[in-house]
Design a protein around this ligand. Sequence first.
Ligand code: PLP
Length: 387
Amino acid sequence: MADRKAAQTIAAAHGVAQDAAFGAVIPPIHLSTTFQFPGFERAGPYDYSRLGNPTRDQVADTIAKLEGGARAVMLASGMAALDLALSSLLPGDLLLAPHDCYGGTHRLLSLRSARGHYRVAFVDQTDREALSAAFAGKPKLVLTETPSNPLMRVVDIRDMAERARAVGARLVVDNTFLSPALQQPIALGADLVVHSTTKYLNGHSDVIGGAVVAAEAALGEELAAWANTIGVTGSPFDAYLTLRGIRTLFVRIERQERNAAAVAACLAAHPRVGRVYYPGLATHPGHETAKAQQSGFGAMLSFELTGGREAVRALVEALQVFTLAESLGGVESLIAHPATMTHAAMDPAARATAGITDGLLRLSIGLEAEDDLLRDLGRGLDAVARR
Ligand code: PLP
């Protein structure tokens, strides 16, 4: 595993000044779909870009190094990355998944299990008794999302890895909310790490992409071969932009986290705000676990607004700096209403079980001036009070 300083250098400079053709400092982009064979029955390092592409390999290698894994596969989206990471499951196999995962993940697992591709058990992974009962069902694969989307529940990765190992299951961790700058699940025992690179890794809200990082090379090769077979590898142009985003990952996330801590403290003190879900707050139930396994608390948080949907409407309509939009991890601050946006695909009963209420709002904190963010939320909360 790369230590933090080494990881910063990898993010900023891995692959820089390696161009043998022209001495380009920045790795060039290779958009060619196909590559010349040096001779009959003689293959070069690349033949066809669905299978392999130098630009995609450059970003994959950088992400693998940042995560401390052996091999990464770049996919067309985070959903493709999740589906690939779960592709070893066969009919009858049990997948243990978090009950409050990203809504698209919940939809993917529900539909695959409805079609008989595998069985899924959604469990509150912070509930030790529920977890023990679920592990008694002998899952083949365990999926963890920590912190979870949108309620920021923190799961002890080392504990999950030990439980998984004890039943011969693989552990997959969705590290989208923190990025390798703040959490490296492989060092804590995960077999696979999944990213929606759409979020912090790219960081500029202009690429949809995903990555799967394997701790072991053999599993990585297997997944790369399957990604080629089903045709879900990412585009070279997206890979180029994602690598460009990764160059500034550490400085972005550190600054975004500072803003998020200020926003969380401000919301926690506000009378119109119910609970604030931010692992950096000492009152958060996952605070100690987050401190132990993360190198920062990140820049995502959510909170309950008293007054339900109408209060939500008043708040979001008054905002001028935050944009009402899905997604997260970009340089700009976004606000989302999970019940009607990111988690609308979940059926209302599953949403209620997960704790996603109509008054819940999720914030992705960007790089704007802290004062502007606090003033904007103050404006929104004043509008709620004036209703
Ligand atoms: N995992 C998490 C935690 C997410 O929040 C998302 C999307 O919001 C995804 C996976 C899916 O990624 P994508 O939108 O790139 O397909």
